[in-house]
Structure formats: structure tokens, C-alpha cells
Design a protein around this ligand. Structure first.
Ligand SMILES: [Zn+2]
Length: 286
């Protein structure tokens, strides 16, 4: 427990361009590729060590972040959530159980959003105003549901080109904007913080695409966005930073460059000249 009690240093140089390196805080067993696989594992918290690594890397870089947390984790690991908050990071919701929102009923969607926010607020004492949907899977009533369940901003839009078997092709918004400008009929009280995509190429700059295309691709895209006055919003999963167990039926792409490679990649991104801030701060300045 010793290392856990280290105080966290928070230090932003305001003359640097701003970026967000958010964390979708979920375990390996939450991801659809695992849930759809033939095999299984007995460990239920694969990725926990990745959270600890990320907290250390953020601290070393003087960076703060937003952790979009699958709220059921808070019930089993309250100490870990407390540590995230103590280090100055924002807590957002990544649903209660990591379901795909389009695959459940309207009532269940509302319950996932409402319960997760309450669970995370009760566990941390922090106010939870931001949301990210698992697999960026949202429904036409998404923004109304967010408003009805007490959220202020969303970061579930990926304005990339259409990628077969993935997502994309539906949105073009690149910078923080009222949701009503991104989706017809959405309430203007919700701000949308779209996830970064490479200008012109319009492929995602982050997540699996970091592991496919490498750190230079990400840093190049971040610089291009910054030149346009856009703060890049990136994301990482804690399970990407650990050595994953082989599970029958989980595709090879899930394992590609996880573990040490990803730890080095995140270190290099955090060492760039960007000032990394929580997502909520973009809604305040954007
Ligand atoms: Zn997720």
C-alpha cells in the first residue's frame, strides 16, 4: 500500500497547447471482444495494475485526466477510486455495467446512466457531469437521456469516416460544441466533446488506432489539431497497459502492442509539449 499514499503533483504550464488523455476505466472482462469469446478467465479485475501505472505516469508528467469509470468497479474497488480522485483527476461515467446502449431498452439506458452517476458520486464525493458510451454506441435519444439523468457533457462522438464493422460516418463535429449543433433535436444544455480524429484522413487518432499506427501518428495528428485551435481528446484503457491472458476467441488485434509497448507509448504522449487537463475543463473554456 506504501506507494499508494504518495501525494500527487499537479502542475500545468498554461502556455502549452491543451489536450485530454482520458481513461475509459473498465476491465478486460468488460470488453465486447471478451464477452463474445468462447474462453473465459477467473480474474475479474484484469487492468487494475494499468490504473496504478496510469496514475504514476500522469503524476510524473504533471498531468490530470478524466477517468470515465464503469461504475460497478466503484463498488468492488472503492480504494482505487479514492486514489484517482486524490490525484486530482475528474470522474465521469462509462455506464454501470458497460452494456452497449443500443442493445438495451430505453428504461435500461436511463437506469445505466442514472445509477452509474449516483454510484460514482456516492463512492467519491465528487460531482459527475461527463459521460462516455461503451464502444461509442449511442442512440437517437442519447442526449435527452443525458439531460434527464443529470449530465452536462458527453464524449461519445467519433467524427471519423465510416469504418466497416466499427463505427463512424455519422458526425463531422471536431471541437467542443452544444449537442444541439451536433445532433438535430438534442438539448443545448449538453456539450459534446468529440474524440480526436486525424484531419483529412478522418481516422481515429486514439484507442486501438494508437496501437495500430504508433505514437508518431498520434503526435502528428495532435499537432495538426492544435494548429486549428482544437484540443485533442484521446482515450486509453487500463487493460491495454498490462499483459493480457490468452483467451480462446478474443481476436489478435485486442492483444496487439498491449503491455510494455503501450506503457512506453503513453509515456511519450505525456512527455509531449501538450498540457493534459480533465475533459470538463474544455467545456468551461470551449
Ligand atoms: Zn469501454
Amino acid at each position: 500500500m506504501g506507494a499508494w499514499l504518495r501525494p500527487c503533483r499537479i502542475d500545468h504550464a498554461m502556455d502549452r497547447p491543451t489536450a485530454v488523455l482520458s481513461v475509459d476505466m473498465e476491465w478486460f472482462t468488460h470488453i465486447p471482444a471478451y464477452r463474445n469469446a468462447r474462453g473465459s478467465v477467473s480474474d475479474t479485475d484484469i487492468g487494475r495494475a494499468g490504473v496504478e501505472t496510469l496514475l504514476d505516469l500522469f503524476e510524473d508528467a504533471g498531468a490530470t485526466s478524466t477517468f470515465f469509470v464503469v461504475a460497478e468497479i466503484a463498488q468492488h474497488h472503492p480504494d482505487l477510486l479514492a486514489r484517482v480522485v486524490e490525484c486530482g483527476h475528474e470522474i465521469g461515467s462509462h455506464t454501470h455495467s458497460h452494456v452497449h446502449l443500443s442493445e438495451v431498452s430505453e428504461t435500461e439506458r436511463r437506469e445505466e446512466l442514472r445509477t452509474s452517476r449516483k454510484t460514482l458520486e456516492d463512492a467519491t464525493g465528487a460531482s459527475v457531469t461527463g459521460f462516455r458510451a461503451p464502444s461509442f454506441d449511442i442512440t437517437p435519444d442519447h442526449f435527452e437521456t443525458l439531460e434527464a439523468t443529470g449530465y452536462e457533457y458527453d464524449s461519445s462522438v467519433v467524427p471519423c469516416r465510416s469504418i466497416p464493422g466499427w463505427y463512424g460516418g455519422e458526425h463531422t463535429v471536431q471541437r467542443p460544441i452544444p449537442a444541439s449543433h451536433a445532433v438535430k433535436g438534442a438539448p443545448p444544455s449538453i456539450t459534446e466533446l468529440p474524440v480526436a480524429v486525424m484531419p483529412h484522413l478522418r481516422l481515429p487518432l486514439t484507442g486501438t488506432w494508437l496501437r495500430f499506427f504508433g505514437v508518431r501518428y498520434v503526435l502528428w495528428g495532435m499537432r495538426l489539431l492544435a494548429r486549428r485551435g482544437i484540443a485533442p481528446v484521446l482515450y486509453v484503457h487500463p487493460w491495454e497497459l498490462v499483459d493480457l491472458p490468452a483467451v480462446d476467441g478474443v481476436p489478435r488485434r485486442v492483444y496487439w502492442r498491449t503491455g510494455d509497448w503501450m506503457q512506453r507509448a503513453i509515456t511519450k504522449i505525456l512527455d509531449s509539449r501538450f498540457a493534459f487537463v480533465p475533459a470538463r475543463s474544455l467545456t468551461e473554456t470551449g
